[in-house]
Write a protein that binds this ligand. Structure first.
Ligand code: IVH
Length: 667
């Protein structure tokens, strides 16, 4: 056999193994054997670039090349479905169809997968293009990313598929992958994905297909479109597609009566909790393509299909006790400790109660049966109490009056829902929290130090405040558990390097209440040294753009405290930067003074964070959502369709990346 023949043989074999593993869930060789074959293929392909195939199984591993997506027009627009929420609305749909058709019909009942939709085009049995929904008319070409999803066939098997067709479906991140991804992100202090849907769509838009390959996405296909489909029936076409290698849900069912439709809905409303992926409803489709054509479309959605959305998933469980967490700022958060209960694929033991008002409005008692809900978010909430089952004489939950960590009395500021422990300088979680904030990436960015190390140093009595970091000796650290000389040196070096961090970030690192990253920048610009800031009057402070009474008060309060003044003196002795120097000021202008700017889309020249910095350096304000007050939108590729619509409706100008950079260049 020649090497070329071997390549062809390996490609064919690997496609098949891939299908058996990812579509059928029935692998016939071990992972190691699979990897061995893959490596052999990769080696041979490297030797024979002339035999390149864009659909080789080796493209599944992705590439590190950065990619800006091109927009592609859909051959058939990608419509959405009308939503219904009640049996009555489902009945209406069914009756409408019955009257309009005036003949027998079948309804194909399917799960509504909660991911991100995709349209795949196949030509001569090969995947040629994968496009996101986009605005329904045009979407992003994400072919390279989609090729890394193992359950999507790159090359079809079997026969009878049309020379050209589209198949649409949902790209999903299974619960298991979602949870492990979030665990990793938590460790790396990266923002968590709120739900598998966001994780799937975020991943699919990644600029780097090897990230997609690592994230373990899955896909179910649910709609075949094309000129020469084998059958008139949608259900029958999908069964055919399953034979060509597509992953088609095995939970589709044809119903012949309204009762059968309801049976399907009621069954899956319960059973969906046991599925490996998120679902948010049921889709009902008239099965025959001929009848679909008869029914036609409204402007937005087909008349032959409808979605029935499940109620947000709830579980009933028992409230065991309420505990209180004290955060870095001293804010006290009540947490409901629950009898463990299954909810949307995970075991829930705790739920946030947010604040005293929420507890009061629920009229919570210990031992109550409570409803917990996961409205597509990670942290469940308590939405109600089953009063009928309240045990007699149970104790009403009343908010604590003293800090559970240090015993200081709690206060509640005007206009705020939270209670605070004000013992900022001696309450352990606040001390540790302040140190953790101080060392974090956006503050002093001290490498080698993380929350666990801070906790260890604190327990060992090595540090009591952030200034103690700067007198630490490698020898003190070496003595501790799990600390070698090398890690001790790393930490000391990291601390030492932090002395170079610019003034504005030092200000942010101090953790003055309400002084976030952006406010810190504004303050650093207005008051060029810590002395100037400490001496600023309330009035001086309020005159700074974006600083209101609340922030100004908090700054005054901070400097009025002797302990804080002492801390700053010690940090000054350690030679941290408490003055804006020329370098920090370079590049600062007022060109965007008074402008509120929304950033949207994917950019070519700078990252989003860099654009945020540029906006702030030039006196503008980066805001999250579009409103009447928005001055303009800095739009990259793939600006979200809903944002675009809103901008157009409000007449907000849209500026491209190049226009924006040119604006800043202007004298
Ligand atoms: S059929 C014209 N079937 O729900 C019919 N859609 O609002 C096109 N979805 O954008 C869609 N599961 O992302 C169909 N079994 C299913 C589905 C499904 C989830 C999503 C899809 C679509 C949205 C409809």
């Amino acid at each position: 056999m020649t090497e070329i023949e071997r390549i062809d043989q390996l490609r064919e074999e690997l496609h098949l193994h891939n299908y058996k593993y990812y579509v059928l869930n029935a692998p016939v060789i071990s992972d190691q054997e699979f990897d061995k074959l893959m490596r052999e293929l990769q080696d041979l392909e490297a030797r024979h670039p002339e035999h390149y195939d864009s659909n080789s199984p080796s493209v599944r591993v992705g590439s590190d090349l950065n990619k800006n997506f091109t927009q592609v027009e859909h051959k058939y627009p990608m419509l959405s479905l009308g939503n219904t929420y009640s049996e009555a609305e489902v009945t209406e749909f069914y009756e409408r169809v019955r009257k309009a058709l005036n003949e027998d019909f079948e309804i194909c009942c399917e799960l509504k997968f909660d991911g991100t939709s995709i349209s795949l085009t196949y030509e001569d049995g090969k995947l040629v293009r994968a496009v996101t929904r986009g605005d329904g008319v045009k979407g992003d070409d994400v072919t390279d990313n989609v090729k890394t999803i193992r359950s999507i066939p790159l090359v079809l098997h079997g026969e009878g598929y049309p020379a050209q067709f589209e198949i649409r479906g949902e790209i999903l991140m299974p619960w298991e992958s979602f949870e492990s991804l979030n665990r990793e992100r938590e460790l790396r202090e990266e923002p968590l994905f709120a739900n598998p849907r966001n994780a799937a769509s975020g991943t699919l838009k990644s600029q780097n297909s090897s990230v997609v390959a690592a994230r373990k996405l899955d896909a179910y296909l649910y709609y075949l479109l094309g000129e020469n489909l084998p059958h008139d029936g949608h259900y029958e076409n999908l069964q055919e597609a399953a034979r060509w290698g597509f992953k088609i849900s095995s939970h589709m069912k044809k119903a012949h009566t309204l009762q059968e439709v309801f049976d399907f809905i009621n069954y899956w409303d319960v059973e969906r909790k046991n599925l490996p992926v998120a679902t948010d409803g049921i889709v009902l489709k008239v099965n025959s393509a001929r009848q679909q054509r008869n029914l036609g479309y409204t402007a937005k959605s087909p008349r032959w299909a409808i979605a029935y959305k499940f109620q947000a998933e709830q579980a009933l469980t028992k409230l065991l006790k309420v505990t209180y967490q004290v955060g870095r700022t001293g804010a006290v958060t009540p947490v409901a400790n629950l009898e463990p209960v299954q909810l949307s694929g995970t075991v829930v033991k705790r739920a946030s109660l947010h604040n005293a008002d929420i507890i009061a409005s629920l009229d919570l008692h210990i031992g109550d049966s409570v409803y917990v809900e996961k409205g597509g978010e990670i942290i469940p909430k308590i939405t109600g109490v089953d009063l009928a089952s309240r045990p007699a004489g149970s104790e009403k939950v009343t908010f604590i009056t003293h800090c559970p960590e240090c015993g200081s009395p709690l206060v509640r500021y005007e206009d705020e829902a939270a209670h605070y422990c004000t013992n900022e300088t001696a309450c352990p979680p606040q001390i540790k929290g302040k140190i953790e904030h101080f060392i974090s990436r956006k503050a002093m960015n001290i490498e080698g130090l993380g929350p666990e190390t801070v906790d260890q140093f604190y327990q060992e009595g090595l540090i009591r405040d952030v200034a103690d970091l700067y007198t630490l000796q490698a020898a003190d650290i070496c003595r501790l558990d799990r600390m070698g000389e090398k890690s001790a040196d790393n930490i000391i070096q990291g601390i030492s390097r932090s002395k170079e961090v610019p003034y504005e970030r030092v200000l942010f690192a101090l953790g003055i209440r309400f002084v976030g990253e952006t406010v810190a920048k504004k303050i650093a610009k207005a008051f060029r040294s810590i002395e100037e800031l400490a001496n600023a009057s309330l009035d001086d402070l309020i005159h700074v753009d974006e600083i209101g009474e609340k922030i100004a008060q908090s700054i005054r309060l901070y400097f009025a405290n002797d302990k804080n003044q002492k801390l700053i003196r010690r940090l000054q002795e350690a030679r941290l930067r408490f003055e804006a120097d020329e370098e920090d000021l370079a590049g600062q202008t007022d060109k965007l003074q008074g402008k509120s700017i929304v950033i949207s889309g994917v950019f070519l020249h700078h990252s989003r964070d860099e654009y945020k910095d540029l906006i702030e350096k030039n006196g503008g304000k980066n805001v999250g959502s579009i409103s009447k007050k928005t001055s303009f939108i800095l739009a990259g590729d793939n600006m979200g369709p809903s944002k675009l619509e809103k901008a157009q409706k409000l007449g907000i100008p849209i500026m491209s990346e190049d226009e924006f950079l040119a604006l800043l260049e202007q004298e």
